[in-house]
Design a protein around this ligand. Structure first.
Ligand code: FES
Ligand SMILES: [Fe+2]
Length: 410
């Protein structure tokens, strides 16, 4: 679908890349920032633009190497697009769109498994962990059929020293370099030995809210004393601080039980949170499904040897906080979608993290839309280039799509 005309205006005082950390002891800046307009929280064309401008181009925190122990191990999922990650015979992590090159059935259908050949369960095409097509039943007699031109669509991967697996759907050979995009992020986790933890459990819940409704809440703790009474008992929220980093943010607050000890949370643009405690750690993935539907995923790891009752207590605590956020988002979305509310004022210190990440969203969308306007058509960075319709003259059916797009949208 081609993009529709979207009016993206900067917000007053907007400077999305320069939100400096605002510590509790600094004077408050002048109030000058508002939220993104509510339309950004329910409008499908805006969501389609975000998919092209953000989710198809940036590095997405998707998994951790703790889920893999040997070659052939894989995990699959959906993070805007269906993907799977598999460890190859050289112990490298390969990722692919989970779409068979024959007729688009998923290649793997389980959320995790192990196999050095993955076979599509529709017509039996099979691929090795490098994504090469190794078997296409009965096609060996088809003249001109080229197995090597029908490998899986590759997704870029980056694995950090701490084992975090990032994907980038950009189909070009040169996505934004990970180190440029997240110049400060890996250092945030350098003090934790993640090999001391092992997979504990995974949980999902589908909510009726925009992905940014949840991320807005994640990026501030202004709401915590009101909405998270249990959480408020465990941390000194007066000192809760959010420091924007490069496409990420450091959150921290002293523990009430030991003010010397900081509880830290890490926001990873656009939709992830990482929480590390001595007993367990988890990735929170906020996976957009539509403009008003989002799947929350919690991928939880426990420290080896921690007694079960301690883990149960931690699990209960975090699940409670997560559920409170989930309920806030479903209720808030009603107001955002109501057509009554447009924008609200952000507190310059308490909500600086919201300002920062919303600024990044706006920045990505504006830049991408400018390119599309210049070109006169939508740009889909995740769309693989090596498809027959990209190389051969467009067929009649393709022409019809193009004509419809241009007459309806531009
Ligand atoms: S769709 Fe996969 S083998 Fe036909
Ligand atoms: Fe919250």
């Amino acid at each position: 679908m081609a993009p529709v005309a979207i009016d993206i205006a900067s917000r007053p005082g907007e400077n999305p890349t320069s939100s400096a950390p605002l510590k509790a002891n600094l004077p408050l800046p002048v109030m000058s920032h508002s939220t993104l307009p509510a339309q950004w929280m329910f409008d499908e064309p805006i969501f389609e633009l975000e998919k092209r401008a953000i989710f198809s181009k940036v590095w997405l925190l998707t998994s951790h190497t703790s889920h893999f122990s040997k070659p052939g191990d894989y995990v699959s999922g959906n993070y805007v697009f269906d993907y799977f990650i598999i460890r190859d015979r050289d112990n490298n992590y390969q990722a692919f769109h989970n779409v068979c090159r024959h007729r688009a059935h998923p290649v793997v259908t389980k959320s995790e498994g192990s196999s050095l050949v993955v076979g599509c369960k529709y017509h039996g095409w099979s691929y090795n962990p490098k994504g090469e097509l190794v078997k296409a039943p009965k096609f060996d007699t088809v003249e001109g059929f080229d197995k090597s031109a029908n490998g899986l669509f590759k997704v870029h991967t980056h694995v950090t020293e701490q084992g975090f697996i990032f994907l980038n759907y950009d189909s070009s050979a040169t996505p934004v370099p990970f180190e440029d995009h997240f110049s400060q992020l890996p250092a945030e986790w350098k003090d934790t030995d993640f090999s001391e933890y092992e997979p504990f459990y995974q949980r999902q819940a589908i909510g009726n809210f925009n992905w940014k409704t949840m991320t807005d809440g994640y990026q501030e703790c202004y709401h915590c004393t009101i909405a998270h009474p249990g959480f408020a008992q465990s941390l000194d929220l007066k000192q809760y601080t959010v420091e924007p980093l490069s496409n990420s943010a450091r959150h921290y607050a002293p523990k009430k039980s030991n003010p010397e000890e900081m509880q830290r949370f890490t926001f990873v643009f656009p939709t992830n949170g990482v929480t590390v405690t001595p007993e367990m750690w988890y990735i929170m993935r906020t996976c957009p499904l539509s403009a008003t539907k989002t799947r929350m995923e919690f991928d939880v790891f426990r420290r080896k040897g921690v007694p079960q009752e301690v883990l149960d207590e931690n699990r209960k605590f975090f699940t409670q906080v997560q559920q409170e956020d989930f309920d806030l988002c479903e209720k808030t979305q009603r107001g955002l979608s109501s057509g009554i509310y447009n924008t609200g004022i952000l507190h310059p210190r308490e909500e600086n993290g919201v300002l920062y990440y919303q600024g990044r969203v706006l920045d990505y969308c504006k830049t991408h839309l400018e390119k599309e306007r210049h070109l006169g058509e939508a740009i889909y960075p995740a769309r693989p280039l090596s498809q027959p319709d990209g190389e051969a003259p467009r067929c009649e059916a393709d022409k019809i799509c193009t004509e419809l797009e241009s007459s309806l949208s531009w």
